[in-house]
Design a protein around this ligand. Structure first.
Ligand code: SF4
Length: 376
């Protein structure tokens, strides 16, 4: 039986985000590493590789697919209550010790991460999404930037079916990949993990490409929301949170910032779980920096009003939530406050049609072929 790497190399095609260099090298532009790859070698992500002077990239499978409430992504200013049909491939360009999707993201690095791929076509995925009543299709679970050609193929089908599309990403992008995605991606969530370059280097990246990506995403008209997983002792100092929030406010005070609670996971089992008090402190810092929409996540019912959306002008309650559950929705059909008429930034449906699911569930597509591999 083949190794996982060998199995995945049976389901590839030539990439679009690269250039050919001299002596058979290629330069990949799918993520901020911009790997220069010699013939016969893999990029840092271990899923894109140079074969005979061509860059081959993942194609034709998913490692997981799930029906999620859009609040889980989290997007709070995009179609509240919608079902987000979410899929992911394998691999990541970073290696965060606290990754909550490590079974898919670290499958090529860590033999204990087992998530066998399922063969599938873009048409089949979108058909499933429509059957389940999804309004949005989202590439997530692994780092979507490194599998952008496949995501775009799925999103072209999704658009044809009238669905919106989104990325849940670490934001380690390049100008080339953002231009490539712009026609096909509506919503973009960036996980801004820290405001210290040395922390990013511990995770396998650099901070600057991520900050440039956030600025560029906003300028290019993607709908952007930012998440920071607040990890005690790693990124929770007042100073770091303040600099991070001030950076976001300098891009736009209308960018929603979600501060979410860490729980012990994967290789990071030392820090204590994040307390509600720490999230409240982070949220205060975000508001003091000028951000108009700050949310606390992963602690349903324990962070007061920080799960709800309020009008920044008259403070009227606009969307009330507990966890992923939308309790009340009061925006007008044009996405404005019903009290004072202030336009609320985001992507809003003309009317709220209820919530299909407020907990994730698996679509029943086990009919797809599972590709068998051994670990080596
Ligand atoms: S996606 Fe990133 S890590 Fe992977 S080959 Fe391309 S530049 Fe390198």
């Amino acid at each position: 039986m083949a190794t996982l790497q060998e199995v995945l190399q049976q389901t590839v095609r030539e990439g679009e985000l690269y250039e050919k260099l001299e002596r058979g090298f290629v330069r990949c532009y799918a993520c901020g590493h911009c790997c220069r790859i010699p013939d016969g070698q893999l990029g840092v992500c271990k899923v894109r590789y140079n074969e005979g002077g061509k860059l081959l990239v993942p194609w034709g499978y998913v490692a997981s697919a799930q029906c999620d409430p859009i609040e889980k992504k989290p997007f709070y200013h995009a179609y509240p209550g919608a079902l987000a049909y979410s899929f992911g491939m394998l691999g990541c360009d970073l290696h965060c010790g606290y990754c909550q999707n490590w079974v898919t993201s670290q499958a090529l690095r860590d033999p204990s991460a087992v998530s066998p791929p399922l063969r599938v076509t873009p048409e089949e995925l979108v058909r499933e999404a429509v059957q389940h009543g999804a309004k949005v299709v989202v590439s997530t679970y692994n780092e979507p930037l490194i599998t952008s050609e496949w995501a775009v193929a799925v999103f072209k089908e999704a658009r044809a079916a009238g669905l919106a599309t989104g990325y849940v990403s670490n934001g380690n992008g390049t100008p080339q990949v953002l231009e490539y995605l712009r026609p096909w991606v509506d919503l973009y969530k960036v996980d801004l993990k820290s405001f210290e370059d040395r922390h990013y280097r511990q995770l396998g990246g650099r901070m600057q490409p991520i900050l440039e990506t956030i600025r560029r995403l906003h300028e290019m008209g993607y709908w952007v929301e930012i998440v920071t997983l607040v990890v005690p002792g790693f990124n929770d100092s007042d100073d770091e949170l303040k600099r991070l929030a001030e950076f976001l406010a300098s891009v736009s005070p209308d960018i929603p910032w979600h501060v979410t609670a860490f729980h012990k996971d994967y290789k990071m089992t030392e820090p204590e779980n994040t307390s509600a008090r720490t999230l409240l402190r982070a949220a205060r810092i975000g508001k003091a920096a000028g951000l108009r929409f700050v949310y606390a996540g992963n602690m349903p019912g324990r962070t007061g009003e920080l799960e709800n959306t309020y009008c920044p002008n008259c403070h009227e309650l606009l969307v009330e939530r507990v966890g992923f559950h939308v309790v009340d929705y009061r925006l007008t059909s044009t996405g404005s406050c019903p009290g004072c008429g202030t336009a609320i930034p985001g992507r809003w449906a003309a009317d709220f049609q209820g919530q299909i699911a407020d907990v994730p569930y698996l679509p029943g597509f086990r009919r797809f072929d599972r590709m068998r591999a051994v670990r080596r």
